[in-house]
Design a protein around this ligand. Sequence first.
Ligand code: NAP
Length: 495
Amino acid sequence: MQKVTRSTIIDAPIDRVWAILRDFNSHDQWHDVVDASHIEGREQSDQVGCIRSFTLKDGNRIREQLLTLSDREYKSTYCIVEATVPLQRYVATVTLKPVTDGARTFWHWQSTFDTPPGMERELRDMVAQGVYEAGFENLRSHLRQGGDLRGGSQRSDGHAGMPTALPIPTRRVGLRRYGDASVLAGHDAQAPAPAAGEVRIRQRAIGVNFIDIYLRKGWILSMLPVSDAAPGVLGMEAAGTVIDVGSNARGLLPGDRVAYLGPTPGAYCTVRTVPADWVVRLPPAVEDETAAALLLKGLTADYLLRDLGAVGPGTRLLVHAAAGGVGLLLCSWARRIGAVVVGTVSSEAKARVAREHGCEHVIVTRDYQFAAAVQSACGGADVVVDGLGDAAREENLAALARRGHWISLGQASGMLAPLAPDALLGKSLTFSRPVVFDYIADYAQLTERVGRVWEALANGSIKAPLIERYPLEAAAQAHIRLESRQTIGPLILIA
Ligand SMILES: NC(=O)c1ccc[n+]([C@@H]2O[C@H](COP(=O)([O-])OP(=O)(O)OC[C@H]3O[C@@H](n4cnc5c(N)ncnc54)[C@H](OP(=O)(O)O)[C@@H]3O)[C@@H](O)[C@H]2O)c1
Protein backbone atom coordinates (compact mmCIF):
# COMPACT_ATOMS: atom_id res chain seq x y z
CA MET A 1 0.00 0.00 0.00
CA GLN A 2 1.40 3.40 -1.02
CA LYS A 3 0.75 6.54 0.99
CA VAL A 4 1.15 10.13 -0.17
CA THR A 5 0.75 13.11 2.13
CA ARG A 6 1.16 16.75 1.28
CA SER A 7 0.12 19.91 3.07
CA THR A 8 0.42 23.63 2.62
CA ILE A 9 -0.74 26.97 3.92
CA ILE A 10 -3.04 29.01 1.67
CA ASP A 11 -3.08 32.74 2.27
CA ALA A 12 -6.87 33.00 2.18
CA PRO A 13 -9.69 32.51 4.71
CA ILE A 14 -10.89 28.94 5.25
CA ASP A 15 -14.45 29.64 4.07
CA ARG A 16 -13.15 30.82 0.73
CA VAL A 17 -10.92 27.80 0.20
CA TRP A 18 -13.62 25.40 1.40
CA ALA A 19 -16.28 26.96 -0.81
CA ILE A 20 -14.19 25.85 -3.76
CA LEU A 21 -12.97 22.46 -2.52
CA ARG A 22 -16.31 21.24 -1.16
CA ASP A 23 -17.68 21.42 -4.67
CA PHE A 24 -16.65 18.00 -6.00
CA ASN A 25 -16.95 19.27 -9.56
CA SER A 26 -14.93 22.48 -9.22
CA HIS A 27 -11.49 21.05 -10.06
CA ASP A 28 -11.69 21.72 -13.80
CA GLN A 29 -11.94 25.42 -12.94
CA TRP A 30 -8.75 25.57 -10.89
CA HIS A 31 -6.57 22.45 -11.33
CA ASP A 32 -4.48 22.75 -14.46
CA VAL A 33 -4.22 18.99 -15.10
CA VAL A 34 -8.00 18.62 -15.35
CA ASP A 35 -9.51 19.25 -18.74
CA ALA A 36 -13.28 18.80 -18.31
CA SER A 37 -15.38 17.34 -15.53
CA HIS A 38 -19.03 16.61 -14.91
CA ILE A 39 -21.16 14.99 -12.24
CA GLU A 40 -22.91 11.89 -13.47
CA GLY A 41 -26.67 11.48 -13.35
CA ARG A 42 -27.90 14.98 -12.38
CA GLU A 43 -26.72 14.71 -8.76
CA GLN A 44 -25.51 17.77 -6.85
CA SER A 45 -21.74 18.11 -6.66
CA ASP A 46 -21.77 18.07 -2.85
CA GLN A 47 -24.03 15.02 -2.60
CA VAL A 48 -22.24 12.16 -0.87
CA GLY A 49 -22.13 9.26 -3.33
CA CYS A 50 -22.03 11.43 -6.44
CA ILE A 51 -19.52 10.53 -9.12
CA ARG A 52 -17.38 13.03 -10.98
CA SER A 53 -16.21 11.92 -14.38
CA PHE A 54 -13.30 13.85 -15.82
CA THR A 55 -10.57 13.83 -18.40
CA LEU A 56 -7.05 14.95 -17.77
CA LYS A 57 -5.18 17.15 -20.21
CA ASP A 58 -2.93 14.16 -21.02
CA GLY A 59 -6.02 12.25 -22.24
CA ASN A 60 -6.50 9.96 -19.23
CA ARG A 61 -10.04 9.48 -17.90
CA ILE A 62 -11.02 9.08 -14.25
CA ARG A 63 -14.27 8.51 -12.34
CA GLU A 64 -14.22 9.35 -8.66
CA GLN A 65 -16.88 9.03 -5.97
CA LEU A 66 -17.45 11.41 -3.08
CA LEU A 67 -17.51 9.27 0.08
CA THR A 68 -17.85 11.81 2.91
CA LEU A 69 -18.28 15.57 3.18
CA SER A 70 -18.29 17.50 6.44
CA ASP A 71 -18.82 21.27 6.43
CA ARG A 72 -18.27 21.26 10.20
CA GLU A 73 -14.83 19.63 9.91
CA TYR A 74 -13.96 21.10 6.49
CA LYS A 75 -13.19 17.59 5.32
CA SER A 76 -14.02 15.35 2.37
CA THR A 77 -13.04 11.85 1.29
CA TYR A 78 -13.26 10.35 -2.17
CA CYS A 79 -12.08 7.32 -4.08
CA ILE A 80 -11.33 6.30 -7.64
CA VAL A 81 -14.02 4.09 -9.11
CA GLU A 82 -12.49 3.67 -12.53
CA ALA A 83 -9.42 5.12 -14.23
CA THR A 84 -7.15 4.74 -17.22
CA VAL A 85 -4.20 5.44 -14.89
CA PRO A 86 -3.14 2.37 -12.88
CA LEU A 87 -4.01 3.71 -9.40
CA GLN A 88 -5.77 0.91 -7.52
CA ARG A 89 -7.88 1.19 -4.36
CA TYR A 90 -7.13 4.94 -4.31
CA VAL A 91 -8.79 6.77 -1.39
CA ALA A 92 -7.99 10.42 -0.69
CA THR A 93 -8.87 12.88 2.06
CA VAL A 94 -8.86 16.66 1.92
CA THR A 95 -8.85 18.44 5.28
CA LEU A 96 -8.72 22.17 5.97
CA LYS A 97 -8.01 23.91 9.26
CA PRO A 98 -7.94 27.63 10.00
CA VAL A 99 -4.51 28.98 10.86
CA THR A 100 -4.67 30.76 14.19
CA ASP A 101 -4.35 34.29 12.79
CA GLY A 102 -7.70 33.66 11.12
CA ALA A 103 -7.09 34.69 7.55
CA ARG A 104 -5.06 31.67 6.43
CA THR A 105 -5.85 28.03 5.82
CA PHE A 106 -3.91 24.84 6.46
CA TRP A 107 -4.68 22.30 3.71
CA HIS A 108 -3.82 18.65 4.19
CA TRP A 109 -4.24 16.24 1.27
CA GLN A 110 -3.49 12.56 1.64
CA SER A 111 -4.17 9.29 -0.10
CA THR A 112 -3.46 5.59 -0.03
CA PHE A 113 -3.42 3.35 -3.09
CA ASP A 114 -1.88 0.27 -4.70
CA THR A 115 0.07 0.20 -7.93
CA PRO A 116 1.23 -2.47 -10.38
CA PRO A 117 4.65 -3.82 -9.36
CA GLY A 118 7.51 -1.55 -10.39
CA MET A 119 5.34 1.58 -10.75
CA GLU A 120 5.27 2.54 -7.07
CA ARG A 121 7.68 5.42 -7.26
CA GLU A 122 6.43 6.82 -10.56
CA LEU A 123 2.81 6.89 -9.37
CA ARG A 124 3.70 8.25 -5.92
CA ASP A 125 5.55 11.12 -7.60
CA MET A 126 2.68 11.71 -10.01
CA VAL A 127 0.16 12.00 -7.19
CA ALA A 128 2.43 14.01 -4.89
CA GLN A 129 3.75 16.46 -7.43
CA GLY A 130 1.46 16.35 -10.43
CA VAL A 131 -1.77 16.32 -8.45
CA TYR A 132 -1.23 17.66 -4.93
CA GLU A 133 1.66 20.12 -5.15
CA ALA A 134 0.55 21.41 -8.54
CA GLY A 135 -3.00 21.63 -7.16
CA PHE A 136 -1.85 23.82 -4.27
CA GLU A 137 -0.21 26.22 -6.71
CA ASN A 138 -3.13 26.15 -9.12
CA LEU A 139 -5.63 26.92 -6.37
CA ARG A 140 -3.41 29.80 -5.23
CA SER A 141 -3.44 31.34 -8.67
CA HIS A 142 -7.19 30.75 -8.96
CA LEU A 143 -7.67 32.63 -5.68
CA ARG A 144 -5.23 35.32 -6.72
CA GLN A 145 -7.20 35.97 -9.92
CA GLY A 146 -10.29 36.45 -7.78
CA GLY A 147 -8.47 38.85 -5.46
CA ASP A 148 -8.70 36.38 -2.57
CA LEU A 149 -5.15 35.83 -1.49
CA ARG A 150 -4.24 37.90 1.51
CA GLY A 151 -3.79 41.57 0.68
CA GLY A 152 -6.13 41.17 -2.29
CA SER A 153 -9.27 40.26 -0.41
CA GLN A 154 -12.35 42.02 -1.70
CA ARG A 155 -14.88 40.77 0.83
CA SER A 156 -17.05 43.43 2.32
CA ASP A 157 -17.85 42.24 5.81
CA GLY A 158 -20.66 44.75 6.12
CA HIS A 159 -22.76 42.53 3.92
CA ALA A 160 -21.61 39.09 4.91
CA GLY A 161 -24.51 37.26 6.50
CA MET A 162 -25.64 33.80 7.43
CA PRO A 163 -27.89 32.20 4.85
CA THR A 164 -31.51 32.65 5.79
CA ALA A 165 -34.48 30.70 4.53
CA LEU A 166 -36.58 33.87 4.53
CA PRO A 167 -37.50 35.97 1.53
CA ILE A 168 -36.07 39.51 1.59
CA PRO A 169 -38.07 42.57 0.48
CA THR A 170 -37.05 43.94 -2.88
CA ARG A 171 -38.17 46.94 -4.90
CA ARG A 172 -38.72 46.18 -8.57
CA VAL A 173 -39.48 48.24 -11.65
CA GLY A 174 -41.81 46.43 -14.00
CA LEU A 175 -44.69 46.70 -16.45
CA ARG A 176 -48.23 45.37 -16.47
CA ARG A 177 -48.74 46.08 -20.18
CA TYR A 178 -46.37 46.70 -23.09
CA GLY A 179 -45.89 50.23 -24.35
CA ASP A 180 -43.79 53.38 -24.13
CA ALA A 181 -41.61 54.27 -21.16
CA SER A 182 -44.64 55.42 -19.15
CA VAL A 183 -45.64 51.80 -18.51
CA LEU A 184 -42.67 51.36 -16.16
CA ALA A 185 -43.58 51.56 -12.46
CA GLY A 186 -42.06 50.48 -9.15
CA HIS A 187 -43.62 47.81 -6.95
CA ASP A 188 -42.67 45.90 -3.80
CA ALA A 189 -41.92 42.19 -3.94
CA GLN A 190 -39.87 39.50 -2.21
CA ALA A 191 -36.56 37.98 -3.31
CA PRO A 192 -36.70 34.28 -2.38
CA ALA A 193 -33.97 32.58 -0.37
CA PRO A 194 -31.39 31.01 -2.68
CA ALA A 195 -31.98 27.34 -3.50
CA ALA A 196 -29.18 24.96 -4.50
CA GLY A 197 -27.05 26.56 -7.20
CA GLU A 198 -28.42 30.06 -6.53
CA VAL A 199 -27.21 33.27 -4.91
CA ARG A 200 -29.12 36.25 -3.58
CA ILE A 201 -27.61 39.62 -4.44
CA ARG A 202 -28.04 43.10 -3.00
CA GLN A 203 -27.78 45.03 -6.25
CA ARG A 204 -25.98 48.37 -6.53
CA ALA A 205 -25.89 49.06 -10.27
CA ILE A 206 -28.03 47.69 -13.09
CA GLY A 207 -27.11 47.80 -16.77
CA VAL A 208 -29.63 49.30 -19.20
CA ASN A 209 -29.58 47.66 -22.62
CA PHE A 210 -31.50 48.27 -25.79
CA ILE A 211 -33.10 44.85 -25.43
CA ASP A 212 -34.92 46.28 -22.37
CA ILE A 213 -36.75 48.57 -24.79
CA TYR A 214 -37.68 45.75 -27.17
CA LEU A 215 -39.06 43.79 -24.22
CA ARG A 216 -40.97 46.79 -22.89
CA LYS A 217 -42.56 47.26 -26.30
CA GLY A 218 -43.62 43.59 -26.40
CA TRP A 219 -41.38 42.69 -29.34
CA ILE A 220 -40.13 39.47 -27.71
CA LEU A 221 -43.24 38.20 -25.93
CA SER A 222 -41.80 34.84 -24.97
CA MET A 223 -39.06 36.48 -22.92
CA LEU A 224 -41.26 38.81 -20.88
CA PRO A 225 -44.86 37.88 -20.18
CA VAL A 226 -46.70 40.65 -18.30
CA SER A 227 -49.97 40.83 -16.38
CA ASP A 228 -51.62 42.86 -13.64
CA ALA A 229 -50.95 40.11 -11.14
CA ALA A 230 -47.34 39.51 -12.21
CA PRO A 231 -45.67 42.58 -13.69
CA GLY A 232 -42.80 41.78 -16.05
CA VAL A 233 -39.48 43.02 -14.69
CA LEU A 234 -36.85 44.19 -17.18
CA GLY A 235 -33.08 44.04 -16.98
CA MET A 236 -30.51 41.45 -18.03
CA GLU A 237 -27.54 42.36 -15.82
CA ALA A 238 -26.47 43.95 -12.55
CA ALA A 239 -23.64 44.21 -10.04
CA GLY A 240 -23.71 44.18 -6.26
CA THR A 241 -22.89 42.13 -3.17
CA VAL A 242 -23.83 38.53 -2.36
CA ILE A 243 -26.22 38.37 0.60
CA ASP A 244 -26.43 34.59 0.90
CA VAL A 245 -25.96 31.46 -1.17
CA GLY A 246 -27.50 28.02 -1.62
CA SER A 247 -25.34 24.90 -1.85
CA ASN A 248 -23.16 24.49 -4.95
CA ALA A 249 -22.90 28.20 -5.54
CA ARG A 250 -19.70 28.12 -7.60
CA GLY A 251 -17.56 29.03 -4.61
CA LEU A 252 -19.44 32.29 -4.01
CA LEU A 253 -19.74 33.54 -0.45
CA PRO A 254 -21.77 36.21 1.36
CA GLY A 255 -20.01 39.53 1.01
CA ASP A 256 -18.51 38.82 -2.42
CA ARG A 257 -18.72 41.65 -4.90
CA VAL A 258 -20.21 40.21 -8.05
CA ALA A 259 -21.83 40.96 -11.37
CA TYR A 260 -24.12 38.79 -13.46
CA LEU A 261 -26.00 38.58 -16.69
CA GLY A 262 -28.55 36.05 -17.79
CA PRO A 263 -31.13 35.30 -20.45
CA THR A 264 -34.13 35.79 -18.16
CA PRO A 265 -35.01 39.44 -17.47
CA GLY A 266 -35.59 40.71 -13.94
CA ALA A 267 -32.57 42.84 -12.99
CA TYR A 268 -34.46 46.14 -12.46
CA CYS A 269 -34.67 45.62 -8.69
CA THR A 270 -32.80 46.08 -5.42
CA VAL A 271 -32.41 42.41 -4.38
CA ARG A 272 -32.47 39.45 -6.77
CA THR A 273 -31.95 35.70 -6.50
CA VAL A 274 -30.22 34.27 -9.57
CA PRO A 275 -28.43 31.09 -10.71
CA ALA A 276 -24.80 31.06 -9.58
CA ASP A 277 -23.97 30.02 -13.16
CA TRP A 278 -24.68 33.59 -14.24
CA VAL A 279 -22.47 35.22 -11.63
CA VAL A 280 -18.83 36.24 -11.69
CA ARG A 281 -16.82 37.73 -8.86
CA LEU A 282 -15.46 41.19 -9.52
CA PRO A 283 -11.76 41.96 -9.35
CA PRO A 284 -10.93 44.76 -6.88
CA ALA A 285 -10.15 47.15 -9.75
CA VAL A 286 -13.64 46.91 -11.27
CA GLU A 287 -16.31 49.04 -9.53
CA ASP A 288 -19.92 47.87 -9.40
CA GLU A 289 -21.01 50.69 -11.72
CA THR A 290 -18.33 49.91 -14.26
CA ALA A 291 -19.28 46.22 -14.18
CA ALA A 292 -22.97 46.95 -14.75
CA ALA A 293 -22.10 49.31 -17.60
CA LEU A 294 -19.65 46.92 -19.25
CA LEU A 295 -20.55 43.32 -18.61
CA LEU A 296 -23.17 42.49 -21.24
CA LYS A 297 -21.84 45.01 -23.73
CA GLY A 298 -18.21 44.01 -23.24
CA LEU A 299 -19.00 40.31 -23.66
CA THR A 300 -20.91 41.22 -26.79
CA ALA A 301 -17.91 43.08 -28.19
CA ASP A 302 -15.73 40.10 -27.29
CA TYR A 303 -17.76 37.47 -29.14
CA LEU A 304 -18.38 39.77 -32.10
CA LEU A 305 -14.76 40.67 -32.66
CA ARG A 306 -13.10 37.46 -31.61
CA ASP A 307 -15.52 34.78 -32.75
CA LEU A 308 -18.41 35.71 -34.98
CA GLY A 309 -16.78 38.59 -36.87
CA ALA A 310 -13.24 37.11 -36.75
CA VAL A 311 -11.95 40.67 -36.83
CA GLY A 312 -8.20 40.93 -37.33
CA PRO A 313 -5.61 43.38 -38.64
CA GLY A 314 -6.95 45.06 -41.75
CA THR A 315 -10.55 43.85 -41.39
CA ARG A 316 -12.86 46.59 -42.61
CA LEU A 317 -15.41 46.83 -39.83
CA LEU A 318 -18.56 48.96 -40.02
CA VAL A 319 -20.01 49.78 -36.58
CA HIS A 320 -23.43 51.41 -36.41
CA ALA A 321 -24.30 53.61 -33.42
CA ALA A 322 -20.54 53.91 -32.98
CA ALA A 323 -20.91 56.22 -29.96
CA GLY A 324 -23.39 53.92 -28.21
CA GLY A 325 -22.80 51.50 -25.36
CA VAL A 326 -21.68 48.58 -27.51
CA GLY A 327 -20.42 50.85 -30.31
CA LEU A 328 -17.66 52.61 -28.34
CA LEU A 329 -16.33 49.29 -27.05
CA LEU A 330 -16.26 47.85 -30.55
CA CYS A 331 -14.47 50.89 -31.96
CA SER A 332 -11.65 50.96 -29.46
CA TRP A 333 -11.13 47.21 -29.21
CA ALA A 334 -11.24 46.66 -32.98
CA ARG A 335 -8.82 49.51 -33.56
CA ARG A 336 -6.44 47.99 -31.02
CA ILE A 337 -6.65 44.72 -32.95
CA GLY A 338 -5.67 46.61 -36.10
CA ALA A 339 -9.01 46.70 -37.90
CA VAL A 340 -10.07 49.55 -40.18
CA VAL A 341 -12.99 50.96 -38.20
CA VAL A 342 -15.80 52.83 -39.95
CA GLY A 343 -18.73 54.05 -37.84
CA THR A 344 -22.09 55.72 -38.23
CA VAL A 345 -23.45 58.22 -35.69
CA SER A 346 -26.27 60.75 -35.76
CA SER A 347 -24.51 63.90 -34.51
CA GLU A 348 -21.21 65.76 -34.56
CA ALA A 349 -20.94 65.41 -30.77
CA LYS A 350 -21.12 61.64 -31.13
CA ALA A 351 -18.67 61.73 -34.03
CA ARG A 352 -16.08 63.40 -31.81
CA VAL A 353 -16.37 60.75 -29.11
CA ALA A 354 -16.36 57.89 -31.63
CA ARG A 355 -13.12 59.27 -33.11
CA GLU A 356 -11.59 59.52 -29.63
CA HIS A 357 -12.43 55.83 -29.22
CA GLY A 358 -10.60 54.74 -32.35
CA CYS A 359 -13.24 55.08 -35.06
CA GLU A 360 -11.12 56.05 -38.04
CA HIS A 361 -13.86 56.97 -40.54
CA VAL A 362 -16.95 58.49 -38.95
CA ILE A 363 -20.09 58.96 -41.04
CA VAL A 364 -22.65 61.36 -39.60
CA THR A 365 -26.15 60.42 -40.72
CA ARG A 366 -29.51 60.55 -38.99
CA ASP A 367 -31.44 58.86 -41.76
CA TYR A 368 -29.40 55.69 -42.30
CA GLN A 369 -27.69 56.80 -45.53
CA PHE A 370 -24.13 55.51 -45.30
CA ALA A 371 -23.38 52.94 -48.03
CA ALA A 372 -21.74 55.32 -50.48
CA ALA A 373 -19.57 56.84 -47.73
CA VAL A 374 -18.47 53.37 -46.56
CA GLN A 375 -17.57 52.33 -50.08
CA SER A 376 -15.52 55.48 -50.61
CA ALA A 377 -13.81 55.26 -47.18
CA CYS A 378 -12.62 51.64 -47.43
CA GLY A 379 -14.06 49.95 -50.54
CA GLY A 380 -16.83 48.17 -48.64
CA ALA A 381 -17.13 46.50 -45.24
CA ASP A 382 -15.95 42.96 -44.52
CA VAL A 383 -18.07 42.92 -41.39
CA VAL A 384 -21.06 45.08 -40.45
CA VAL A 385 -22.20 45.12 -36.82
CA ASP A 386 -25.74 46.35 -37.14
CA GLY A 387 -27.86 47.28 -34.17
CA LEU A 388 -30.08 49.51 -36.30
CA GLY A 389 -32.38 46.98 -37.92
CA ASP A 390 -34.98 47.65 -40.55
CA ALA A 391 -34.24 51.25 -41.56
CA ALA A 392 -30.65 50.36 -42.48
CA ARG A 393 -31.41 47.16 -44.33
CA GLU A 394 -30.80 48.16 -47.97
CA GLU A 395 -27.85 50.39 -47.09
CA ASN A 396 -26.19 47.53 -45.18
CA LEU A 397 -26.43 45.31 -48.23
CA ALA A 398 -24.93 48.08 -50.36
CA ALA A 399 -22.16 48.88 -47.84
CA LEU A 400 -20.85 45.32 -47.67
CA ALA A 401 -17.79 44.23 -49.63
CA ARG A 402 -17.69 41.00 -51.62
CA ARG A 403 -18.05 38.01 -49.21
CA GLY A 404 -18.95 40.47 -46.45
CA HIS A 405 -20.68 39.40 -43.24
CA TRP A 406 -23.75 41.25 -41.99
CA ILE A 407 -24.17 40.70 -38.27
CA SER A 408 -27.67 41.77 -37.32
CA LEU A 409 -27.23 42.52 -33.65
CA GLY A 410 -30.36 44.51 -32.89
CA GLN A 411 -33.18 46.59 -34.20
CA ALA A 412 -33.15 50.07 -32.66
CA SER A 413 -34.91 51.51 -35.74
CA GLY A 414 -37.50 48.74 -35.99
CA MET A 415 -37.79 44.99 -36.48
CA LEU A 416 -35.92 43.68 -39.47
CA ALA A 417 -38.32 42.40 -42.11
CA PRO A 418 -37.63 38.83 -43.32
CA LEU A 419 -34.60 38.62 -45.57
CA ALA A 420 -34.71 36.44 -48.69
CA PRO A 421 -31.57 34.28 -49.08
CA ASP A 422 -31.14 35.68 -52.58
CA ALA A 423 -30.54 39.15 -51.15
CA LEU A 424 -27.11 37.76 -50.16
CA LEU A 425 -26.34 36.21 -53.51
CA GLY A 426 -25.03 39.20 -55.44
CA LYS A 427 -21.80 39.44 -53.37
CA SER A 428 -21.74 36.00 -51.63
CA LEU A 429 -22.69 37.69 -48.36
CA THR A 430 -23.36 35.96 -45.07
CA PHE A 431 -25.90 36.96 -42.46
CA SER A 432 -25.92 36.23 -38.72
CA ARG A 433 -28.47 36.94 -36.02
CA PRO A 434 -26.59 36.22 -32.77
CA VAL A 435 -27.47 36.65 -29.11
CA VAL A 436 -24.83 37.15 -26.44
CA PHE A 437 -26.26 34.49 -24.14
CA ASP A 438 -25.39 31.71 -26.59
CA TYR A 439 -21.76 32.77 -26.37
CA ILE A 440 -21.59 32.44 -22.58
CA ALA A 441 -23.85 29.43 -22.18
CA ASP A 442 -21.31 27.43 -20.24
CA TYR A 443 -19.59 28.78 -17.17
CA ALA A 444 -16.06 28.28 -18.45
CA GLN A 445 -16.89 30.40 -21.50
CA LEU A 446 -18.48 33.07 -19.35
CA THR A 447 -15.47 33.39 -17.07
CA GLU A 448 -13.02 33.27 -19.96
CA ARG A 449 -14.81 36.07 -21.80
CA VAL A 450 -15.27 38.14 -18.66
CA GLY A 451 -11.57 37.78 -17.93
CA ARG A 452 -10.80 39.15 -21.38
CA VAL A 453 -13.11 42.14 -20.88
CA TRP A 454 -11.48 43.12 -17.57
CA GLU A 455 -8.08 42.60 -19.15
CA ALA A 456 -9.05 44.82 -22.08
CA LEU A 457 -10.14 47.49 -19.62
CA ALA A 458 -6.88 47.19 -17.69
CA ASN A 459 -4.64 47.34 -20.76
CA GLY A 460 -6.53 50.16 -22.47
CA SER A 461 -7.99 48.13 -25.36
CA ILE A 462 -11.28 49.52 -24.14
CA LYS A 463 -11.67 52.77 -22.25
CA ALA A 464 -13.42 53.31 -18.92
CA PRO A 465 -17.08 53.75 -19.90
CA LEU A 466 -18.73 57.18 -20.02
CA ILE A 467 -21.64 56.23 -17.79
CA GLU A 468 -25.03 57.99 -17.61
CA ARG A 469 -26.70 57.18 -14.25
CA TYR A 470 -30.35 57.15 -13.13
CA PRO A 471 -31.99 56.03 -9.89
CA LEU A 472 -33.77 52.67 -10.28
CA GLU A 473 -37.15 54.34 -9.85
CA ALA A 474 -36.31 56.67 -12.77
CA ALA A 475 -35.87 53.77 -15.21
CA ALA A 476 -38.48 55.35 -17.48
CA GLN A 477 -36.30 58.44 -17.88
CA ALA A 478 -33.33 56.26 -18.80
CA HIS A 479 -35.46 54.56 -21.48
CA ILE A 480 -36.64 57.87 -22.89
CA ARG A 481 -33.03 59.05 -23.12
CA LEU A 482 -31.82 55.85 -24.79
CA GLU A 483 -34.62 56.00 -27.35
CA SER A 484 -33.96 59.68 -28.03
CA ARG A 485 -30.63 58.85 -29.76
CA GLN A 486 -28.96 61.44 -27.51
CA THR A 487 -26.91 59.14 -25.29
CA ILE A 488 -23.19 58.52 -25.62
CA GLY A 489 -21.89 55.35 -23.98
CA PRO A 490 -23.81 53.11 -21.56
CA LEU A 491 -26.62 53.88 -19.09
CA ILE A 492 -27.06 52.30 -15.68
CA LEU A 493 -29.63 52.39 -12.89
CA ILE A 494 -28.52 52.84 -9.28
CA ALA A 495 -30.41 50.60 -6.87
N1 NAP B 1 -27.57 40.43 -29.98
C1 NAP B 1 -26.76 40.71 -28.98
O1 NAP B 1 -26.02 39.85 -28.47
C2 NAP B 1 -26.71 42.13 -28.48
C3 NAP B 1 -26.03 42.43 -27.29
C4 NAP B 1 -25.96 43.78 -26.92
C5 NAP B 1 -26.55 44.76 -27.70
N2 NAP B 1 -27.22 44.41 -28.82
C6 NAP B 1 -27.79 45.43 -29.73
O2 NAP B 1 -26.78 46.35 -30.02
C7 NAP B 1 -27.34 47.63 -30.27
C8 NAP B 1 -26.69 48.65 -29.35
O3 NAP B 1 -27.10 48.41 -28.01
P1 NAP B 1 -26.77 49.42 -26.83
O4 NAP B 1 -27.50 48.93 -25.64
O5 NAP B 1 -25.32 49.62 -26.76
O6 NAP B 1 -27.49 50.76 -27.32
P2 NAP B 1 -26.81 52.12 -27.85
O7 NAP B 1 -26.00 51.83 -29.06
O8 NAP B 1 -26.16 52.82 -26.72
O9 NAP B 1 -28.09 52.96 -28.26
C9 NAP B 1 -28.74 52.73 -29.46
C10 NAP B 1 -28.24 53.66 -30.57
O10 NAP B 1 -28.85 53.24 -31.77
C11 NAP B 1 -28.90 54.33 -32.65
N3 NAP B 1 -30.23 54.45 -33.27
C12 NAP B 1 -30.45 54.49 -34.58
N4 NAP B 1 -31.75 54.61 -34.84
C13 NAP B 1 -32.38 54.65 -33.67
C14 NAP B 1 -33.75 54.77 -33.31
N5 NAP B 1 -34.70 54.85 -34.23
N6 NAP B 1 -34.06 54.81 -32.02
C15 NAP B 1 -33.11 54.70 -31.08
N7 NAP B 1 -31.80 54.57 -31.36
C16 NAP B 1 -31.42 54.54 -32.66
C17 NAP B 1 -28.59 55.57 -31.84
O11 NAP B 1 -27.27 55.97 -32.22
P3 NAP B 1 -27.14 57.08 -33.41
O12 NAP B 1 -28.13 58.14 -33.06
O13 NAP B 1 -25.75 57.52 -33.32
O14 NAP B 1 -27.49 56.36 -34.68
C18 NAP B 1 -28.63 55.10 -30.41
O15 NAP B 1 -27.78 55.87 -29.59
C19 NAP B 1 -28.85 47.48 -30.03
O16 NAP B 1 -29.47 47.22 -31.27
C20 NAP B 1 -28.93 46.24 -29.15
O17 NAP B 1 -30.17 45.60 -29.25
C21 NAP B 1 -27.32 43.11 -29.21
